[in-house]
Write a protein that binds this ligand. Structure first.
Ligand code: GLV
Ligand code: MN
Ligand code: MN
Length: 422
C-alpha cells in the first residue's frame, strides 16, 4: 500500500516542530533518569507508569483518544474521517534497558506524537485514523523475552504464556500489568489485535552507518535473524579451603570454558556473527563456596537464515563438550528468522525523503524492533535516524536535534500518505 504522490509534498511536514519534539524527549528522559545521563525505565516499572501518564497528558491536550489493551500497549488515536477503516499505527516503545539511553524507543514514540500534532496543525484529517503506539516491554531486560506487547498483539505469543513470565524478583507480568491498569483507570480498554492498515516505526539506528555515510534517514530494508538461549550449568557446592581440584565440580570454571568454546566455535573472519553473553549469574555467589550453578544468556544474530540455523544448532554440542564434570542444559527461548520489509512502504519513505530533500539510504537493522512482529500482521516499515558514534544500549546514547526533526517530518508525511491510501 503506497501513498498517493500528491500527499508527498511537505504539506504536513512543515508543521513539525523540532523544538517541541526535543523538549518532549528531554522531559520524557526525566522519568527514570540516571546519574550518568541515561535512563532506567524498565517495562511496567513505576518510572514507566509515570512516563505513560505524561504521554497521555500530551496526547489529550491535542485531542487524541488514549486506550490500552490487556498487555498495556498504549494507543493514542487521531480519528480519521472514516474511523471504521483499519488505522495506521506509528510508534515504538518507551521502556529502556537498566542502563539505557534517552532515545532508544522514546524517539519513535515522540516522533509519532509530533507527526500527528503536525497533521492536526496542518488542518487536515486523513481518511484512516492514525494511532501513536507505545508497545509494552520491547527491551526484555526485566521480563524476557522482549517485544512482549507486540508479540501478544500480533498473536505471535499467547497471552497466558506472557502473563506467567516473572522478573528476577519473582513478580509476574500479570501482577505488574495490574499495577499499570490501576494507575490508568481513566484510560479506556480495548481488546488485543485489530489488524492495522500499516505500521511505521521510527528509531535511532543504534549503529554507526548513517553517521559514517553522512545521511539523515535510513530506509530500513529488514531485520537480521536472532536466536536466544538460556544456558544452565550445574556443579556441586563445596568448601573453598578443603576441596581438592580433582574433587571439584565448579560450575563457574565450566561456564568460563563453555563461553570460550562458544566464541571459538562461532567465530567468523567476516565479523558478521553477533554473539553476546549479556547476563551471567553465579550461585551461591559468595567468596568461599565452590559455585554450584551458573545461568547465562546467549543472544545470537545473523542476517542469513541458514547460517543462523546452523550456528544456533551447534550450541548444545559445544556446551556439552566444554562442560567437563558439570552438567549443562541449553534452553532455546526464541528463534526469529531474518525478514525484509515490503518494497512499497520503503518506496513511500524514499519518495517522502526525496521530496523533503532529506538525504537517505537503504540500511538493514542489526537490532530487533517491534516492527518485526507487526510485519507478520500488516505492511510495515522503519525509518532510522543517526545516533552519535553508533552507541546505543548505553547511557551515553546521543542524537542531533535536527536529525530528530527530519525523522519526524518524514514520518509525518509517510503516515499521512498511508492513512489516505486506498
Ligand atoms: C533490541 O533492543 C534488541 O536487543 O535488538
Ligand atoms: Mn528500541
Ligand atoms: Mn533497545
Amino acid at each position: 500500500m503506497a501513498g498517493r504522490p500528491e500527499n508527498l509534498a511537505g504539506k504536513v511536514a512543515q508543521h513539525v516542530s523540532g523544538e517541541r519534539l526535543w523538549d518532549r524527549l528531554m522531559v520524557l528522559s526525566g522519568f527514570g533518569a540516571t546519574e550518568s545521563g541515561g535512563v532506567n525505565r524498565q517495562a511496567l516499572s513505576d518510572e514507566e507508569i509515570a512516563a505513560r501518564a505524561q504521554l497521555v497528558r500530551w496526547a489529550e491536550a491535542i485531542g487524541l483518544e488514549p486506550s490500552t489493551d490487556p498487555l498495556a500497549n498504549l494507543f493514542l488515536r487521531y480519528r480519521g474521517t472514516n474511523p471504521a477503516l483499519p488505522a495506521v499505527l506509528i510508534g515504538s516503545h518507551i521502556d529502556s534497558q537498566p542502563t539505557g539511553g534517552k532515545f532508544d524507543g522514546a524517539f519513535g514514540v515522540l516522533a509519532a506524537l509530533e507527526a500527528v500534532e503536525a497533521i492536526i496543525a496542518g488542518g487536515v484529517r486523513p481518511r484512516r485514523s492514525i494511532e501513536v503506539v507505545s508497545w509494552m516491554n520491547e527491551e526484555g531486560s526485566r521480563f524476557a523475552p522482549g517485544m512482549m506487547g507486540s508479540a501478544g498483539f500480533c498473536d505471535v505469543r499467547e497471552l497466558d504464556e506472557i502473563l506467567r513470565i516473572r522478573d528476577q524478583t519473582g513478580i509476574a507480568v500479570e501482577t505488574a500489568l495490574h499495577k499499570v491498569m490501576s494507575a490508568e483507570s481513566r484510560v479506556s480498554h480495548r481488546p488485543l489485535g485489530a489488524k492495522p492498515a500499516a505500521f511505521v516505526e521510527a528509531h535511532i539506528e543504534q549503529g554507526p552507518i548513517l553517521e559514517l555515510e553522512g545521511k539523515t534517514i535510513g530506509i530500513v530494508t529488514g531485520i537480521q535473524g536472532k536466536r536466544t538461549f538460556r544456558v544452565e550449568v550445574a556443579g556441586e557446592e563445596n568448601h573453598a579451603g578443603t576441596t581438592p581440584r580433582s574433587a571439584r565440580r565448579d560450575a563457574f570454571v565450566a561456564a568460563v570454558d563453555i563461553v570460550r568454546a562458544l566464541h571459538e566455535a562461532l567465530w567468523d573472519d567476516e565479523d558478521v556473527v553477533r554473539l553476546t553473553i549479556g547476563m551471567f549469574n553465579v550461585s551461591p555467589n559468595v567468596p568461599s563456596v565452590v559455585p554450584a550453578r551458573v545461568v547465562f544468556s546467549l543472544d545470537l544474530r545473523h542476517p542469513d537464515p541458514a547460517r543462523l540455523r546452523a550456528l544456533g544448532d551447534a550450541i548444545g554440542e559445544v556446551c556439552r563438550t566444554a562442560a567437563g564434570r558439570c552438567a549443562v542444559a541449553v534452553h532455546e527461548l526464541l528463534h526469529e528468522p531474518p525478514l525484509e520489509f515490503p518494497l512499497a512502504i520503503r518506496q513511500t519513505i524514499r519518495s517522502v525523503a526525496t521530496a523533503l530533500q532529506v538525504s537517505c539510504m537503504d540500511i538493514p537493522s542489526g537490532a530487533g524492533h517491534d516492527a518485526r512482529y507487526l510485519h507478520s500482521l500488516c505492511p510495515t516499515g522503519m525509518i532510522f535516524i543517526p545516533c552519535k558514534g553508533g552507541i546505543s544500549h548505553n547511557e551515553a546514547e546521543s542524537i542531533l536535534e535536527h536529525h530528530a526533526a527530519d525523522g519526524a517530518r518524514v514520518l509525518a508525511e509517510v503516515a499521512f500518505a498511508l492513512a489516505n491510501a486506498d
